[in-house]
Design a protein around this ligand. Structure first.
Ligand code: P6P
Length: 334
């Protein structure tokens, strides 16, 4: 595989494959540049006065870390002037951010979790930026309603994981492509194409401390995994839980696995913890583009029509045969 830059890859995809219109290519390059800036801030750690909490809460009622706010501002400032966007939405902002009148409005809508897993910032564990791109529906102006499209309407989705490497993973509907940041050059370099999630796995990702709060079918699935080769599954399983969806999903895209954040009875009015528009949908598209499956325990996540910008959803995604199994247990009531 040619070790080419993200810029050259996108130009060639636009020219050769026609997959990426010029405004979308600009959008992806701008988001990548913003992720480089965020990576630099994250890597500074205690040297950069970016650690710890800000004295504020986000719309989710969660304490914001300083880096949450920094990452949000970097993405807003990088994207607002380019003329490719009509508006943005973020986990860190209650309402949508309409591109100011002093800049040209574009045809795309950008949603992001600017720094997912931020509880890991202060303990030096991988975190990341997740983003999703939609077309703005026809018509003048832009409103929150324009964002409420099912995940099947996405035109691009990806994440950047700030770990031992800074890695950008994206799809425009033609497979999953991986770029690794070369800090000497300051460029994202193509390092993998057409990622495939193995249909089977021996590794599951879930926060086991919530086990007593799950539904019976989810309890059954996990108990069968825990029984290992002496149980009904006939094989031993391993468990991983980073506490950063980006890190867990990146591992699953790289070597398989199943990521689960189910509904639980701690907050029964919430369908799940994770957000549909800027966490579950982009990750679901990447997983599906790599041959995996993503459901909310009953239906394909990307078929869900959102009713609210910060809507939450239960998440089961990864290796096809495992996600289909745990989903079938729930569909059949366990
Ligand atoms: P818990 C991070 O806060 C996040 O939204 C995901 O990145 C992560 O998978 C999950 O929540 C972790 O949740 O309840 O295990 O801390």
């Amino acid at each position: 595989m040619k070790r080419i830059s993200l810029t050259r890859y996108l130009v060639e995809q636009q020219r050769l494959e026609g997959h990426i219109p010029s405004q979308l290519r600009l959008l992806l390059e701008v988001v990548a540049r913003a992720c480089k800036r965020i990576s630099q801030a994250v890597n500074k750690g205690a040297l950069g006065d970016v650690m710890g909490s800000a004295d504020s809460e986000n719309i989710q009622g969660e304490m914001q870390k300083k880096l949450d706010i920094i990452a949000n501002e970097v993405l807003i400032e990088a994207n607002e002037w380019g003329g490719h966007l009509a508006a943005m939405a973020s986990e860190e902002m209650e309402g949508i951010y309409v591109v100011p009148n002093r800049y040209p409005q574009g045809e795309y809508l950008l949603m992001f979790d600017p720094l997912d897993g931020s509880s890991n910032i202060d303990v030096n564990v991988s975190i990341g930026t997740i983003f999703s791109v939609l077309h703005k529906p026809e018509g003048t102006g832009v409103s929150e309603q324009d964002f409420l499209q099912p995940g099947t309407q996405q035109v691009a989705a990806g994440y950047c994981v700030y770990g031992p490497q800074t890695t950008l993973v994206l799809t425009v509907g033609d497979g999953v492509t991986v770029f690794t940041l070369d800090r000497e050059q300051g460029s994202f370099i193509l390092t993998e194409e057409n990622l495939r999630v193995p249909d089977d796995t021996r590794e599951f990702a879930i926060n086991m401390s919530n086990q007593r709060h799950w539904t019976e079918p989810v309890q059954r699935y996990i108990n069968e995994c825990l029984q290992g080769k002496d149980g009904p599954r006939g094989k031993d399983f391993n468990m991983r839980w980073v506490g950063s969806m980006v890190a867990d999903v990146h591992r699953i895209l790289t070597r398989g696995g199943v990521f689960m954040y189910p509904w639980d009875k701690r907050e029964p009015e919430k369908p799940g913890k994770l957000r549909l528009m800027y966490e579950a949908n982009p990750m679901s598209w990447l997983i599906e583009q790599a041959g995996g499956v993503a459901t909310d325990g009953k239906q394909r996540i990307m078929d869900i029509t959102p009713t609210k910008l910060h809507e939450r959803v239960a998440v089961f995604m990864g290796s096809k045969n495992e996600v289909e199994r745990v989903t079938s247990y729930q569909a059949n009531g366990g």
